[in-house]
Design a binder for this molecule. Structure first.
Ligand code: SF4
Ligand code: SF4
Length: 327
């Protein structure tokens, strides 16, 4: 039965579930949301089925909030279905926005990931060497199917047209409520906007003033290797902080917890490649002109590609490791 309220859908692709948790964390504000909209699809919380969505008229869902990257054929099918049924699609959270942590899978391919997960990892106990198959025929002749696992992880806009992006791992409550209010009041910015201020995290960070006039790093330390001062800029302490290459809007939640930024909000509009932007900023603060010395400092960074592209590999210039060279 239609209540006349705008219809809203939530869907979960390749992600950890934290974005679903962010909706639950709206706490009493979720009552304001449910008072204003009808939730017509939310598999993690409500018992609607795919066929219920298929039966809806095209364009009849006002907005679908889709979190997670696209890694399986089932996810590709569902996001295409939701795109067809929805007026607006919002990429919700880092994985839908940029590829996110699942996007680090683009350093490998299906074969290497399956090999590790089902055979080689120290915690794997798989004496028969069983791996998931797309089709399995049972003794009684029945056929079971599983979705196709792609070699490549995609951000949402690499698969369907996306109207807006809510950044963050997970998006914070105030940005979610701002977005919901803007949608309900029809006060949205231009299509394609990231719904968070377009400036860097450093611009809003309380520690920005503690940066010396010229930052000069000679050694990189990891957070667990030092007792971190809770007022000084992390970079000035020789700790990698992605703040210069990351969009603000999270209320500096990691920094306030005395942890450096890992970059989950992605870059500002002016930056195409967050990792490259950070590398350029970082190279300018290494306190040496000597190439060998520079290599020595860089060698102290554990997993540079995973550090600089932690959330953004699928949407970076690199995008993925070349398939033919993956071993
Ligand atoms: S680098 Fe990090 S700690 Fe330093 S000002 Fe920027 S966000 Fe703050
Ligand atoms: S400080 Fe950085 S990693 Fe932490 S929530 Fe903000 S943007 Fe994300």
């Amino acid at each position: 039965m239609s209540t006349g309220k705008p219809k809203v859908a939530f869907y979960w692709c390749a992600s950890c579930g934290g974005c679903e948790e962010a909706i639950v964390d709206l706490a009493e504000d979720i009552l304001k949301v449910t008072a204003a909209v009808d939730i017509v699809f939310w598999p993690v919380a409500l018992d609607f089925k795919k066929k219920d969505v298929e039966a809806m008229e095209d364009g009849s869902i006002a907005v679908s909030f889709i979190n997670g990257a696209v890694r399986l054929s089932e996810q590709e099918e569902m996001v295409n279905l939701l795109r067809r049924k929805s007026g607006l699609v919002v990429a919700f959270g880092s994985c839908a926005h940029l590829g996110g942590i699942p996007g680090l899978g683009n350093f490998w391919n299906k074969e290497t990931i399956f090999n590790y997960a089902y055979h080689a990892s120290p915690s794997t106990e798989n004496p028969n060497g069983t791996v998931p198959l797309e089709k399995t025929t049972l003794d009684d002749g029945k056929e079971l199917t599983l979705p196709k696992f792609y070699d490549t992880v995609y951000a949402l806009h690499q698969v369907i047209d996306v109207d807006y992006y809510l950044p963050g791992c997970a998006p914070p409550k105030h940005l979610i409520m701002n977005a919901v209010t803007a949608i309900l009041e029809g006060k949205l910015p231009p299509k394609g906007s990231v719904l968070s201020p377009n400036k860097s995290l450093c611009d809003d960070c309380d520690r920005n003033d503690s940066k010396p006039e010229k930052l000069a790093i000679t050694v990189i330390k990891r957070p667990w290797e030092v007792e971190m001062d809770n007022e000084t800029c992390f970079l000035a302490q020789g700790i990698i902080c992605m703040g210069p290459a990351t969009r603000t809007g999270c209320d500096e939640r990691c920094i306030k917890g005395n942890m450096p930024c890992r970059g989950c909000f992605g870059p500002t509009d002016q930056v195409y490649d967050q990792g490259a932007k950070f590398l350029a900023a970082f190279a300018s603060i290494l306190d040496t002109d000597d190439e060998a010395e520079m290599d020595k400092i860089i060698d102290t960074i554990h997993d540079p590609a995973g550090t600089f592209y932690r959330f953004s590999l699928p949407t970076s210039i690199l995008r993925r490791k070349r398939l033919e060279t993956v071993k």
